[in-house]
Design a binder for this molecule. Structure first.
Ligand code: F6P
Length: 324
């Protein structure tokens, strides 16, 4: 391998820049050339790339977003689009790829690898944490801390006005952000996509909170929760049934994807970036680098995309106990 191409694709996540830096610097360390494709697979199709050197990635470890920009390319989903991308990869003399993103990115890599035989390694970068083969994806820890900080602030105003707040958080169809940030911020209730506890239980729990003397409450609602109601309908339903509550809704949205990465995400991205380059040099392909049982490991990419969505039931139980 003489030249590696790296890109970020799908939803951006804090720490992606730290991963790009690690890849570029590991390449420099091993005397390999490195280029970065802009806007994920779309930049690959358009031959839009930049040479990355050890110096060109200076001062980006602390920056949110991705200097390579990101996109969800619809053209790459077509055979013609992928053929164009391969032509550009050949033209750029890139002989292996490092794909930073989530399951959509990895699915693209699998198809591309099968069609054109180009070796690739995935680095998990998404705030959702919905990838198997790693206990943490790059960006997840930062998003958790952002959400906790926001809920802490919401708690101040909720408590001043004796209000009930419904806070919607991201995660697509995974509840990792909702559950962990919910416990971290001391939420009274957490609604997850993985577990439908039912609306009656929610009403019962809020009724109990009132009778036990709670003056304000926070309900964290995962954007993919299974109640069948969106967060606004949920607030309306609850206040209709429990008129003693004055409810407000806060949708945290894309602020969860921004900001300077935490130290944990920077270190994780640094380790995974180096491991991705070394894995390619070791002749590995079709794999994802991840952090499991305190070790940096590689997992078959097909296994990595089977997101287990294995929700931590013990943490859910703890949340129930603590919201007494
Ligand atoms: O996958 C990251 C994520 O932020 C999800 O949590 C969310 O459902 C989705 O991306 C939003 O995507 P977009 O930025 O395209 O609206």
């Amino acid at each position: 391998i003489k030249k590696i191409g790296v890109m970020t694709s799908g939803g951006d996540a804090p720490g992606m820049n730290a991963a790009i830096r690690a890849v570029a610097r590991a390449c420099s360390y091993y005397n390999i050339e490195c280029v970065g494709f802009y806007r994920g697979y779309q930049g690959m199709i358009e031959g839009d790339f930049v040479e990355l050197t050890a110096r060109s990635v200076k001062n980006i470890i602390s920056k949110g977003g991705t200097i390579l920009k990101s996109a969800r390319s619809t053209e790459f989903r077509t055979k013609e689009g992928r053929a164009k991308a391969y032509e550009q990869v050949k033209k750029a003399k890139v002989d292996a790829l490092i794909l930073i993103g989530g399951d959509g990115t990895f699915n693209g890599g699998i198809v591309f690898g099968k069609e054109f035989g180009i070796p690739f390694i995935g680095i998990p970068g998404t705030i959702d944490n919905d990838i198997a083969g790693t206990t943490s994806t790059i960006g997840y820890d930062t998003a958790l801390n952002t959400v906790v900080e926001c809920i802490d602030k919401i708690r101040d105003t909720a408590s001043s006005h004796n209000r009930l707040f419904f806070v919607e958080v991201m995660g697509r169809d995974a509840g990792f952000i909702a559950l962990n940030a919910g416990v971290g911020a001391g939420a009274e209730e957490i609604l997850l996509p993985e577990e439908d506890l039912g609306l009656d239980r929610l009403l019962e729990s809020l009724k109990k909170s009132k009778s036990r003397g709670k003056s304000s409450s926070i309900v964290v609602v995962s954007e993919g929760d299974k109640t069948g109601k969106n967060v606004f309908e949920l607030a309306e339903y609850v206040t209709k049934n429990l008129p003693e509550y004055e409810a407000r809704v806060s949708v945290l949205g894309h602020m969860q994807r921004g900001g300077s990465p935490t130290c944990f995400d920077r270190v994780l991205a640094s380790k995974l970036g180096v491991k991705a380059v070394e894995s390619l040099l070791d002749g590995q392909s079709n794999a994802m680098v991840g952090f499991l049982n305190n070790k940096i490991v590689t997992t078959d990419i097909e296994e990595a995309i089977i997101s287990s969505h294995d929700i931590n039931r013990e943490l859910l139980r703890i949340s129930d106990i603590l919201s007494v």
